[in-house]
Each structure stands twice: as C-alpha cells, then as structure tokens.
Design a protein around this ligand. Structure first.
Ligand code: SF4
Ligand code: SF4
Length: 325
C-alpha cells in the first residue's frame, strides 16, 4: 500500500522513509499516534507568523521524525529519534488540550518536526481545538501530497511553509528531497486556501543569491504574501558553515521589499527588518523587537480594526486581532 501523505509516496509493504506510517487492515495508520517530543508555549511572532493573531499565546506541539533530511537541521536530534526514544511523550489529545488551556493558550501550533508525518494525530487535536474556538496552524516543509494539503487547508487556519530554495538541485543536495516544484505547487495552492506565510532559511553561499528571484516567485503567488528571510544558524552536518552576512541580507531584504512588501529578515538581536510598514504611504504599522534567536515580540500595533493603515487606508494582510493585554 502506498502512503499518500507526502510526495515520497513510500510503498509501506517495503519501507516508510519517515518511519511514522504503516499499513493496518488495508488502511494507512500512524506508527506512533499521539507521541510528541515537545509541548511548550509560543507566540505567533516566534514561529515566525507576523500577520496572524499577534501576541496570542499558542501551545507549540512537536512530534519527531521528518520526511526530509536537511543538512543544517537544528532539530536533528528529534528528527533521528528511534521508536524507543525515551523522551517521546504519549499524551491523549484531551490531555494536551487541557494542558494548553491551563497555561493560558488559545491556539495550537504544530512545529519542531514535519507535521505531515504526524498528520492524523495533529488533525484530531485541531478538531478539539476548533471546538473550543481556538486557532490552529502548522509549520511545514511543504512536501505533502495534494490530498494532504487539502486536509491541512480544511483543518488549519494558517500555515508557514519553508521554501528552502527555488532549485531542485539544492533540494536534492541539502534537503534530501527531489523536487522543489512540489513545494512551489503547495505554496500556490495553500495561499488560496488559508492564511499563508513563507520562510526561507538562508545558508550563506548556498541560497543567498536566490533572494530576488524568490521574491518574484512569491509575488506571483500573492503580492501581499508575508515572507520571512530567516538567518539560519546551521547545525547537524553544516555546523561549520559560515553564518549569513547580516548587513548583506538587510540590503537584499530592502530590494526584495520593492517586489514583495511584507518581506522580513530576522532571527538576530536588534533586526531592523522585522517591522511592518505600509507599502503605500510608508507608515510604521507594527513594531517588533527581536531580542533573541526566534524571539520576536510585537511592541506596537497600529492597524485599524478592519486591518487597514490608519494613515492611507491601505488594506494589510492580517488574520485575527492582536492580544494587547
Ligand atoms: S509521510 Fe512518511 S511514510 Fe508517508 S510517503 Fe512520506 S516519508 Fe513515506
Ligand atoms: S524539514 Fe525541517 S525538521 Fe525536517 S529535516 Fe529539514 S529542517 Fe529538519
């Protein structure tokens, strides 16, 4: 039986590349349902999701394993966990919702590993969270099948897809996946179905030359798509790689903003490129402070309730209202 969750389409009678699905009685089921490596509080700004329920407390839930094998993965330990790894927690969906509620969260975010390899457990949690009126979203490498993308579109309010490169050669060599076109296809599809933001982790000398071309591609999908150029601090097989040049990437972010106005560059303390400006009149609309890695917080919010610029009335993409308490 073929697994139809991601485009690697494993024949489960032979093997499961991620190790997370198996065939049982003619149905594809999860090998380790409701097993998680991470349960912690986060904010949309840290995901990063800059145009989505600013400052709302979310419970970030991470599984283990992945369908990719990025040479720089910062969570490689979790990606390589064996089935008997002791630090995996089994928690019922009801118990997880209870924990989230007790910690003051009103939303779930699936991150850390690739949500596609835990999708059935994630969907059950999404169902319970939506029944409480919460929001639900996920980060993903975007290598899911069209059928899985459809399930995500039906059950998640927002997603952040990692567009690691425009080139299949890069995907094969650095990401361990064969075809960049799959990710581009899913970005086009998901941009029409839910609130989408895109992140591109920059590996110095590997994909930093693609920034303007990537901005053009994303502007062709949606000229108001929020895009995060992410200062990657590579680990795993690329731990010795030079870190991205912050000044050069700030310069390129400025250029990209002329093509795709909601382009950001963060993941370093004091980033000057993580505020939202009105593309029409230049007004500062949302101020953020990057105080640590992946640590953006929103410090000022000036959009009107209908998500327009208070100065010129330009509509700004935004899902939900900020939590200002
Ligand atoms: S989700 Fe896992 S089992 Fe399914 S096709 Fe992808 S790698 Fe194979
Ligand atoms: S897709 Fe993400 S979690 Fe998976 S190997 Fe790559 S960086 Fe790690």
């Amino acid at each position: 039986m073929i697994c139809n969750f991601c485009e690697l389409k494993c024949d489960l009678s032979q093997s499961s590349l991620c190790g997370m699905y198996q065939e049982r009685d003619g149905v594809v089921v999860e090998s380790r349902p409701d097993c998680w490596s991470t349960v912690r509080m986060t904010l949309p700004e840290s995901i990063p999701m800059f145009h989505c329920w600013p400052r709302r407390k979310l419970m970030e839930i991470g599984g283990f394993r992945c369908n990719a094998d990025c040479s720089y993965c910062i969570n490689a330990r979790v990606m390589g966990m064996t089935q008997t790894e002791v630090s995996v927690m089994q928690l019922s969906p009801q118990r997880l919702i209870e924990i989230a509620e007790k910690t003051g969260c009103s939303g779930l975010h699936f991150g850390i590993n690739e949500v596609t390899v835990n999708l059935l457990s994630a969907l059950e949690l999404a169902r319970l969270a939506h029944a409480k009126g919460w929001i639900v979203g996920a980060s993903s490498n975007g290598y899911m099948t069209e059928a899985a993308a459809e399930l995500m579109a039906q059950n998640f309010d927002y997603m952040n897809i990692s567009l690691k490169s425009l080139s299949s050669e890069y995907y094969r060599r650095v990401v361990g996946l064969p075809d960049a076109g799959i990710v581009k296809r899913n970005i086009r599809y998901l941009a029409q179905r839910l609130h989408l933001e895109v992140t591109t982790p920059i590996v110095q000398t590997e994909n930093d030359h693609e920034i303007i071309e990537a901005a053009r591609f994303l502007a062709g999908v949606d000229p108001d798509l929020p895009w995060h150029i992410f200062r990657l601090l590579p680990e795993y097989k690329m731990a010795d790689q030079a870190l991205p040049d912050v000044f050069e990437l700030c310069r390129q972010t400025e250029q990209a903003r002329a093509i795709l106005p909601f382009t950001y560059f963060s993941n370093f303390i004091g980033s000057p490129m993580d505020n939202t400006l009105c593309p029409d009149c230049g007004e500062l609309l949302i101020r953020r402070l990057c105080s640590k890695s992946c640590g953006d917080i929103m410090t000022e919010y000036r959009l009107q309730e209908d998500h327009t610029c208070p100065r010129c009335g330009r509509r700004i993409p935004m899902l939900g209202q900020p939590c200002l308490d």
